[in-house]
Design a protein around this ligand. Structure first.
Ligand SMILES: Nc1ncnc2c1ncn2[C@@H]1O[C@H](COP(=O)(O)OP(=O)(O)OP(=O)(O)O)[C@@H](O)[C@H]1O
Length: 237
């Protein structure tokens, strides 16, 4: 039980009259990379927004690092150590790469070495090269990397990454996979949402499959790769 960093049970959420999540159960263990997989509109982003408190949970319980965070405001959840990288890159385009990192700086918890821009430059060599550049002059993929780097400046214990590989050029997708694996090496648990089996297989230990707001399957990435029926039923269009 104690190795669970995130424990979501019976989570229901929606937009106005639209019910989208019908009781989502999922867990994330310390140091694990899990892929929340499902087709367009399955409820992946909604699950992440509800976990982060950006969409009020209508039922269920969310525990993070031993605390019940259900109903907490997003800033409080982020300060408790749960980072979030939304699909739409939220960077400050008028600020430079280095200034964007400063915006994300929060004290480290639990005696871990804090993230600094210097540590992040070696983590993301591409960003290091453009540290003085305004974020508006970066490509979408570079902005996505910057969003992740800024999230790390908050010293999270776990990070939710919403569709990190979507719309990226293949070379940037490789760098993204590299970044996720290095986060794992640093002991950060990652829950990423993903439609692409290739990307998930490259980085994730476990897959959690969602369709129409319910978890349909949960198992190792390897089991998912070997189970054509599960993939055909819940993933392939
Ligand atoms: N702001 C909103 N208002 C109303 N309905 C919404 C809103 N955002 C998403 N939805 C609906 O919620 C459902 C789940 O969407 P969600 O974005 O969670 O799916 P997803 O699995 O992340 O897929 P995608 O890859 O398209 O982002 C969809 O039917 C979508 O139309």
């Amino acid at each position: 039980m104690d190795d669970l960093v995130l424990d979501v049970t019976g989570l229901k959420a929606g937009y106005g009259p639209a019910e989208i999540l019908f009781g989502v159960d999922l867990t994330l263990r310390r140091g694990e990379v899990a892929a929340l997989m499902g087709r367009n509109g399955a409820g992946k982003s909604t699950t992440m927004k509800a976990i982060m408190g950006m969409l009020p949970p209508r039922a269920g319980r969310i525990r993070f690092a031993g605390a019940d965070i259900t109903g907490w405001a997003p800033y409080r959840i982020a300060r408790a150590g749960l980072g979030y990288v939304p699909e739409d890159r939220r960077i400050f385009t008028d600020l430079t790469v280095a200034e964007n990192l400063e915006v994300g700086r929060r004290p480290a918890r639990g005696g871990r070495a804090p993230w600094t821009p210097e540590r992040l430059w070696s983590f993301f060599p591409n960003l290091a090269e453009m540290r003085g550049r305004r974020a508006s002059a970066m490509s979408g993929g570079e902005q996505q990397m910057l969003t992740i780097a800024r999230t790390l400046m908050g010293n999270p214990d776990a990070v939710l990454l919403d569709e990190p590989s979507e719309g990226l050029a293949p070379v940037i997708v490789e760098q993204m996979a590299e970044a996720v694996l290095r986060m794992k090496e640093e002991g950060i648990a990652v829950l990423l949402s993903e439609q692409s089996l290739d990307f998930a297989a490259a980085v994730a230990d476990r897959a959690i499959v969602i369709e129409r707001g319910e978890i349909r399957w949960n198992g190792t990435m390897e089991a998912l790769e070997n189970d054509e029926q599960v993939r055909a039923t819940w993933l392939t269009v």
